[in-house]
Design a protein around this ligand. Structure first.
Ligand code: 4NP
Length: 160
């Protein structure tokens, strides 16, 4: 089982998009049973009401444009206990990496990655909260998820 947690600051834009896009890609390969896929926030900005905020409407809209639904997803915050529950923590930007390290502790530091490191253009995912450009964020996240899937397909082929 590959247990993957996507992480961003608020868990209402980038990491839910990654969770939903990657889950769809995995489903299309018929390997859903081999993956546990989730997403969470480093901040408590969107969990204060006890049930978590829904995905931000423009992020929902861009997912719908690509045939994907964000219904039912609500923001949750990453906790120290998640360290033992997941194998990989995939961050949207470098600030997330620092915050995830702080939350999970040093014993989990080798599980932390950046999504765009799985593409030919490493760096931060374009942040639509500040740019307003959800199309570019979608494109970055799609490419990152595609690279991530290739990484796992290679790894799973080698372990057979
Ligand atoms: P996300 O976007 O980290 O991609 O979910 C943001 C959501 C909320 C805030 C910032 C970024 N905020 O400052 O509340």
């Amino acid at each position: 089982m590959n247990r993957i947690m996507f992480v961003c600051l608020g868990n209402i834009c980038r990491s839910p998009m990654a969770e939903i896009i990657f889950r769809d890609m995995v489903e299309k390969t018929g390997r859903s049973g081999e993956f546990l896929i989730a997403s969470s926030a480093t901040s408590d900005e969107n969990v204060w009401n006890g049930i978590g905020s829904e995905v931000y409407p423009p992020a929902k809209k861009i997912l719908e444009k690509h045939g994907l639904s964000a219904d039912g997803k609500r923001a949750v915050q990453l906790t120290a206990q998640d360290g033992a529950k997941y194998d990989m923590f995939i961050c949207m930007d470098r600030y997330n990496v620092r915050n995830v390290s702080r939350i999970l502790g040093t014993e989990n530091s080798d599980k932390i990655r950046m999504l765009m490191d799985f593409t030919a253009q490493p760096g931060d995912v374009s942040d639509p909260w500040y740019t307003g450009d959800f199309e570019t964020a979608y494109k970055d996240i799609y490419e990152g998820c595609n690279g991530l899937l290739e990484f796992f397909e290679k790894e799973m082929a080698e372990s057979v």
